[in-house]
Design a protein around this ligand. Structure first.
Ligand SMILES: Nc1ncnc2c1ncn2[C@@H]1O[C@H](COP(=O)(O)OP(=O)(O)OP(=O)(O)O)[C@@H](O)[C@H]1O
Length: 832
């Protein structure tokens, strides 16, 4: 599937099939060549460095890494997380958290979810707009989203807590604990064991971690999406209901303890558990046909007890409960009402409806309670980091409204991802004055229009159908869809299927949706009698759940007032997208390596499907192209070859630099550094700089030679080229460090101010003794010469920022105890 088109040429076009065939052949050859080096595949910690980027090469790298028990890999702007399906010792320990939190450049550490966490945290600290952050975690069921979100929450609860905040130490500890305690409660009520995951979240969530001015965690809030409430009335074969119904045996203490921490006291817990027990009893109620058809259905013998216990636990009159479930009330004008016995099927629908509405309302109440408990006062926080854990793209044998909503959400997120990332990259290049080949992609707007378009998108048509006061007819609706949407390329129909359905070509693949039952699901009607009944409950919590609800809001006041499921979902998603648009996003794609949840088992076919579904190969293309400024289509592979030449120069440059370093060090040693006086030392230093400059001048020539004529003249003129396309993303620009220093006015003690500052910096860097120790501090900005900033302090750290200085160790503080310091500092340390 090609999603990208070349915008600018720059490459002479061969035409037709022959050209395409030769490209395919050469690509195949490249793939083979790449895969030959099997022993190296696991070393690719960023998939943008894989060359060529194809599903096969990406898959093989991930497989090799998984085999080597490396579970995180960068894919440009995205982190790919492979589920190990077993605890990995020390992967998320406190020490590892500290390591990433304290790393000067976390991005240069091994790929890890804590890099994403830390990057977001530092963005907030740096107050770079947009300061608020969103961490988007996606993947299919069982891929590890909830695990990842928990890791992220624990990370922030650790690093954003301050032991120095004496005044509110208690509050800080309590808030962290409370934020973490929201997890077991939400999971107990919102998760269930499914065929795909024994702890599957049956709802989506966005958790906002609130930070104060000092970036300390002071509160949080949770927004949930689309709880799968149908589960409460029955689950698919071999699956379980929500965990909470089984917890009388398992994990109950943990849930209760978390409830206590969040302020759900024993009395409230009693109300909650009575309601849940009532639902369990209700689930056992079974109806049977009445002897007399004009009478309401009967209850099976055993069900009478269940009905009594249910009524008692829900604290409602048993007769009224029985009536509500078996008799429909038809209002005839304001005063009078007609009563009509429900069919057997309708009785069961009502029973399930009662269970669903109670459970959904209880879940919502819990979320509100948690929010009240953990949400900080608006005046105390100023920024947030949001964690989005959403259901991944779903495609089952039978798909209905739930899957349509879930896949719609994924389309929205995918659009946001591509648009955001490309836009950000392109703006950066424009602001740097670099001309580059803009990456175009076939976006998914067509599919989104098909679903959300007004007035003829699927959602609009579905709503329209639900507003008509008539029995739903799947066949009729299919005809209507075909009439309105047959022109849309993202919609199709399987002509041989007997079931009314429609097929949507999502970015992640085609999904067929059954129409049967879709309208009812969208209306999600609750008979007003049931609401009336619950409002009479003497269980204070149950009463509270329905006290404000208008029982006739849905149904008798006219169907036009119905707020449908898709309208609600679309609204909440729009709000979420607004938040995402106003934040800096970070993406993590969780991958499930096998469907059986077996530890360390990597099934290629299953992984490749997920890589395709989340568009990871395209993501790498976009990231790689955005980093290299190269279009990711086959033609521009020509640029990759050029980039390869540049890469070779870069390797030569590194070799020369090493050589120059060695030569300079020999010079210093030969100059008997320890005994030399200040003037001698300056001469030695000058020699050092000269040798560095010499090496750099050679490299500059090499780079100019290697730069292809097709590349932009501005790039050539500026002596600037990004060497990122294959191996090492380093920007070499303008005057390198050695040249900058060597070209300074004569390095003597009586220099010009600028030269003097440079000298001081260098001497400080070298920990030189020829100056009075102690009281100098140099800070300067020398942009014109390419030196971004120099900061030197006698016993503190020394920083020379020159984009990326060839003096690798220039910003290391020479620490005697430190192992592994090599190069210039090491020699000097050894000689002092
Ligand atoms: N990084 C990890 N290390 C060890 N085990 C993991 C890791 N990530 C996930 N798991 C295991 O995989 C299981 C499934 O993960 P998780 O519940 O997070 O999936 P999910 O993507 O949230 O699924 P769903 O969409 O169904 O909620 C976890 O219960 C855990 O056993």
């Amino acid at each position: 599937m090609t999603r990208y088109k070349s915008v600018k040429g720059g490459v002479r076009k061969k035409s037709g099939l022959a050209h395409r065939k030769s490209l395919n052949d050469s690509l195949e050859g490249e793939v083979k060549a790449f895969l030959l080096d099997e022993g190296q595949l696991h070393t690719y910690d960023d998939l943008t460095k894989v060359n060529p980027v194809t599903p096969t090469t990406v898959l093989k790298c991930l497989q090799a890494r998984y085999r080597a028990k490396v579970f995180y890999t960068h894919a440009g702007c995205t982190l790919v997380a492979l589920n190990p399906f077993q605890p990995v010792p020390d992967l998320y320990s406190l020490d590892v958290m500290k390591e990433y939190h304290c790393a000067p450049q976390p991005q240069e550490s091994k790929p890890h979810i804590f890099i994403v966490a830390e990057e977001a945290y530092r963005n907030v600290q740096g107050q770079v707009e947009p300061v608020n952050q969103s961490l988007v975690v996606s993947g299919e069921s069982g891929a590890g989203k909830t695990w990842t979100s928990r890791c992220l929450m624990k990370y922030y609860a650790t690093v954003a807590a301050s032991s120095s905040l004496m005044k509110s130490q208690d509050t800080v500890e309590r808030i962290e604990k409370r934020v973490l305690d929201s997890n077991p409660i939400m999971e107990a009520f919102g998760n269930a064991c499914t065929l795909r995951n024994s702890n599957s979240s049956r709802f989506g969530k966005y958790i906002q971690l609130q930070l104060n001015r000092s970036q300390l965690l002071v509160g949080a809030s949770v927004q949930t999406y689309l709880l799968e409430k149908t589960r409460v009335a029955g689950q698919p074969v071999n699956e379980r209901n929500f965990h909470i119904f089984y917890q009388a045996k398992d994990c109950f203490d943990e849930t209760v303890e978390a409830m206590v921490h969040l302020g759900i006291n024993a009395e409230k817990q009693g109300h909650i558990f009575r309601i849940l027990a009532g639902l369990l009893q209700l689930g056992n109620v079974i109806f049977c046909s009445a002897m007399d058809e004009s009478q309401p259905c009967d209850l099976e013998e055993k069900s009478k007890d269940f009905m009594h216990r249910c009524a008692s636990l829900l604290c409602v009159p048993v007769e009224e409960l029985q009536t509500c479930l078996r008799v429909r009330t038809l209002r005839a004008g304001k005063q009078s009402a007609l009563f009509k016995p429900c069919s057997l099927a309708d009785c069961s629908v009502r029973r399930d409806c009662l269970a669903k509405v109670i459970y959904a309302q209880l879940f919502e109440w819990l979320v509100t309670f948690i929010n009240d408990s953990i949400c900080a006062d608006n005046s105390t926080w100023c920024n947030f980091i949001g964690l989005l854990d959403v259901y991944g793209f779903e495609c089952f044998q039978f798909n209905n409204l739930e899957q349509l909503c879930i896949n719609y959400a994924n389309e929205k997120l995918q659009q946001h991802f591509v648009a955001h990332y490309l836009k950000a990259q392109q703006e950066e290049y424009v602001s740097e004055g670099l001309e580059w080949s803009f990456v175009k992609y076939q976006d998914n707007q067509g599919c989104l229009d098909l679903i959300e378009g007004i007035p003829t998108g699927v959602f609009s048509l579905l709503n329209e159908e639900c507003l008509l006061n008539r029995a739903s007819d799947a066949k009729q609706f299919r005809v209507r869809l075909e009439k309105e949407l047959s022109d849309n390329g993202s919609m199709s129909w399987d002509k041989f299927s007997k079931q009314p359905h429609f097929t949507v070509a999502h970015y992640a693949g085609k999904v067929s949706y059954q129409i049967e039952g879709m309208m009812e699901k969208n209306k999600d009607p609750v008979p007003p009698e049931l609401i009336h009944l619950l409002q009479k409950s003497e269980n204070p919590l149950l009463h509270q759940l329905f006290a404000d609800r208008d029982p006739v809001g849905q149904g008798t006041r006219g169907l036009r007032q119905v707020v449908t499921v898709v309208s609600k979902f679309k609204n909440s998603l729009e709000n979420l997208m607004k938040i995402l648009h106003s934040t800096t996003p970070h993406y993590t794609r969780c991958i499930k390596p096998n469907t059986d949840c077996r530890p360390l088992t990597f099934k290629k076919e299953e992984v490749i499907m997920q890589l395709e579904a989340c568009g990871i190969v395209e993501t790498i293309h976009i990231s790689a192209a955005a980093e290299s400024g190269i279009d990711p289509n086959p033609q521009n592979r020509v640029c990759s070859q050029r980039a390869f030449s540049i890469q070779c120069c870069w390797h030569r440059h590194k070799q020369r630099r090493r050589h120059a370093m060695r030569r300079a060090c020999t010079l210093i040693q030969a100059g008997k550094y320890r005994s030399c006086d200040c003037t001698d030392f300056v001469l030695v230093l000058q020699a050092l700089m000269d040798s560095l400059a010499e090496a750099e001048l050679d490299d500059a020539e090499d780079l100019q030679e290697a730069m292809p004529t097709e590349l932009d003249p501005i790039l050539r003129a500026r002596g600037s080229v990004q060497l990122s396309s294959i191996q090492e993303p380093v920007m070499v620009r303008g005057w390198p460090m050695g040249l900058a220093l060597a070209s300074a006015p004569t390095i003597t003690v009586s220099m010009t101010a600028t030269g003097f500052q440079k000298m001081m910096s260098v001497m400080a860097c070298l920990n030189g003794h020829c100056f009075r120790s102690g009281d100098y501090k140099v800070e300067t900005n020398q942009f014109k010469q390419g030196v971004a900033s120099i900061r030197a302090q006698p016993r503190g750290s020394i920083k020379l920022h020159y984009q990326r200085s060839p003096l690798l160790y220039a910003d290391l503080h020479p620490d005697h105890k430190r192992d592994g310091v090599t190069g210039l500092n090491q020699i000097l340390l050894e000689s002092t």
